[in-house]
Design a protein around this ligand. Structure first.
Ligand code: ADP
Length: 667
């Protein structure tokens, strides 16, 4: 076994690999980019080496730097994780040349399977069922168009070097073919530096089933059953489970036989995944093989009780597979969800910025949490926005679904948007629960999974008011008594108006101070007593009538994120007193309060503006922030255009040169 390995990855998978290695007594070395200098995978590491600047090409994708780091650290082997260099045959070869063991299959196997076309030709000669298609080298557009017509529409154009659903286009009629081909080639060239495509018959409403295989250097090869990864969005997996539903014993036998045949065809060593689509008529077709550990490997670990990273290390070190096929069993049902920092309401745009609060579920024998972030960490624009995976395991699928819904309700992320609520809606969807879903589910059920947000219920508004009052109390404790000069505190008989923004809507509430305590006038004209006390876990205990609720409010400036009953509400407090920051007035520079998108630029350089005049509108977490002139003056710099993303909190947006005050009159 190796004494030390280098983990050439980041985030949850780097942490996960290190855990197994350390359990086996194998020392680990992490690598990082500038953006990740303080990331979770680095913070806890006994040894970490800087690779370079933040772009992946300058760090995690730079094989020469990774190899130099491994040699400098005295590591004997490199674990590539998934993504980045994991399926890069040249990197695997360079590792070998440098005397390092690449923890993965042989260079030849990676090369062979790296091209979808080459893999298909190989599979065809080994009796693995293929989707009908064109896998040829000749990329003449006229020939491709003719092949598509021969196959019959719909046809799927795929990037030969593809991955992650990129470079893929569904074509439903001959007239659409040429533009779809051009756009698939463009995308493929920019993503994979390779414009070659293949064509496949597009199978309508299929399921995606894949088989985990494992081989060793002694000619042994086994399968570890299948995973169902049909729950996808734009051809990318969102939820995975094992075992797959609704497969007949004959279908299972076909899948396992085809997968192991695929592995044997390339003398496969290490962990690999053979992917298939299953058509509605039950026909099974090979689509590709991934020559690495998959994101979704934990569901296989859950049902088999095995540690696939341990197997990878043993096999790479030359040991035989720990178990024979007959000794590998499966039990119960496991489900994994991928938690992304993204905004489902904005077409799943990645949501960058600081995670100001992260509450992840407690791990147990049935709940596994794989994360690469903690409270206070940032989601950077440089890499994939997956921040965690939640995996549950139970004796059967209904129990696993119940547990996953509960686990998702227990998970909170504030400061960035996430797909947590979206995931829970899928898990709780009756068709998903009934096992009635295909790869088209997310698209077909969009309306139910992405409901237009309604008005926040009264309990959420009460929580918002409670948080505002808590904020004032905290300010009063730390600031001077003069900070208390608000109508609410000074005059107990007066009523105060509190306004919040929720998306486009404005919500006006009234706050009345009675002898018995505060009362809130709600939009439905009712008035209720506010009975909210901070609970020891940082949440609020809110009493409404006989009902007691526990919910969290995370407040950052004027932005309130309320986590209640598995839903997240974002409200913006409208401060009636315009803030004037002395520093800002002095320099006239205006900074982004948080990352977001510039939705409007209301002035041009050279414009003369008055203090308080709106200059820009920044939208973050569905709330618009209007950036106003801190003083009278002239707009001297504009750093962003309409539609641009501001990725850094505190980035300078616009600068106003203060007007020179007229000379004071002589006295
Ligand atoms: P990538 O490598 O980009 O992930 P894959 O070939 O693995 O691409 O396909 C990704 C997904 O696209 C599959 O999981 C499946 O949902 C869908 N898909 C692929 N091939 C077909 C096909 N021939 N017909 C229908 N859907 C397909």
């Amino acid at each position: 076994m190796f004494g030390k390995i280098l983990i050439a990855n980041r985030g949850e998978i780097a942490c996960r690999i290190a855990r197994t290695a350390q359990r086996m007594g194998v020392a680990t070395v992490m690598v990082y980019s500038d953006a990740d200098a303080a990331a979770l995978h680095v913070r806890g590491a006994p040894q970490a080496i800087r690779l370079g600047a933040s772009p992946a090409a300058a760090s995690y994708l730079d094989g020469a730097k990774v190899i130099a780091a491994a040699l400098a650290s005295g590591a004997q082997a490199v674990h590539p994780g998934y993504g980045f260099l994991s399926e890069n045959a040249d990197f695997a070869q360079a590792c070998a040349a440098a005397g390092l063991t690449f923890i993965g299959p042989s260079v030849d196997a990676i090369r062979m399977m790296g091209s979808k076309s080459a893999a298909k030709k190989l599979m065809a000669s080994h009796a693995v069922p293929l989707v009908p298609g064109y896998y040829g080298e000749d990329q003449n557009p006229a020939l491709l168009a003719a092949a598509a017509v021969d196959m019959g529409f719909p046809v799927l154009i795929k990037a030969s070097a593809g991955g992650g659903g990129r470079g893929m286009r569904v074509v439903r009629a001959a007239a659409e073919f040429a533009p779809a081909l051009a756009s698939a080639q463009r995308e493929s060239l920019s993503a994979f530096a390779d414009a070659r495509v293949l064509l496949e018959k597009y199978i309508e409403r299929p399921r995606h089933i894949e088989v985990q295989i494992f081989g060793d250097q002694h000619g042994n090869l086994v399968h570890l059953f299948e995973r169902d990864c049909s729950l996808q969005r734009r051809h990318q997996k969102v939820i995975e489970e094992a075992p797959a539903l609704n497969l007949t014993p004959a279908q299972r036998a076909t899948l396992y036989a085809a997968a192991t045949a695929a592995g044997r065809a390339v003398n496969y060593v290490g962990a690999g995944t053979v992917e298939f689509v299953v058509a509605p008529d039950g026909a099974i077709y090979f689509i590709e093989m991934n020559t690495r550990l998959q994101v979704e490997h934990p569901v296989t670990e859950a049902i088999t009780g095995l540690d696939l990273v341990e197997w990878q290390l043993r096999v790479a070190a030359g040991e035989p597979l720990p178990l024979a096929q007959s000794a590998i069993g499966q039990r119960g049902h496991a489900i994994e969800v991928r938690v992304y920092a993204e905004d489902p309401a904005q077409d799943f745009r990645p949501s960058v910025g600081q995670i100001v609060h992260a509450r992840l579920p407690a791990a147990s024998a049935q709940v596994r949490v794989e994360t690469g972030v903690a409270s206070g960490d940032s989601v950077s624009p440089w890499y994939d926005a997956m921040v965690a995976k939640l995996i549950v395991q139970a004796e059967n699928r209904p129990s696993a679904l119940r547990l996953m819904a509960h686990t998702l309700r227990e998970t909170e992320l504030a400061g960035v948007n996430s797909n947590l609520v979206y995931l829970r809606r899928i898990i709780e969807h009756p068709d998903y629960a009934a096992g009635d879903f295909t790869t088209h589910f997310a698209e077909e059920q969009k309306a139910q999974l992405l409901p237009t947000p309604g008005a926040p219920p009264n309990r959420v508004l009460l929580l918002a008011v409670a948080a505002v009052l808590r904020g004032r109390d905290q300010a009063a404790m730390t600031a001077s008594p003069w900070a208390l000069a608000d109508s609410f505190r000074l005059n107990h008989t007066r009523c105060e108006r509190l306004s919040f923004r929720h998306g486009e809507a404005l919500i006006n509430l009234t706050l009345h101070q009675h002898r018995s305590g505060p009362r809130v006038g709600l939009p439905d004209s009712s008035q209720v007593e506010l009975r909210a006390v901070p609970a020891p876990d940082g949440r609020f205990q809110l009493d409404i009538g006989a009902q007691q609720i526990h919910a969290r409010v995370v407040q950052r400036g004027e932005l309130l994120e309320i986590f209640d009953a598995g839903e997240r509400w974002v409200l913006g407090l409208i401060d009636p007193l315009q803030r004037t920051d002395e520093d800002e007035i002095a320099t006239g520079s205006l900074l982004a309060p948080m990352p977001g998108a510039i939705t409007a630029v209301l002035v041009a350089v050279g414009d003369v503006v008055r203090r308080g005049q709106p200059l820009l509108v920044l939208e973050a977490m569905k709330i618009e922030h209007t950036i106003t002139a801190p003083c009278d003056g002239t707009v001297s710099e504009l750093y962003f255009l309409q539609g641009q993303q501001v990725t850094q909190e505190g980035a300078e947006l616009v600068r106003v040169a203060p007007a020179i005050p007229p000379p004071a009159a002589a006295v």
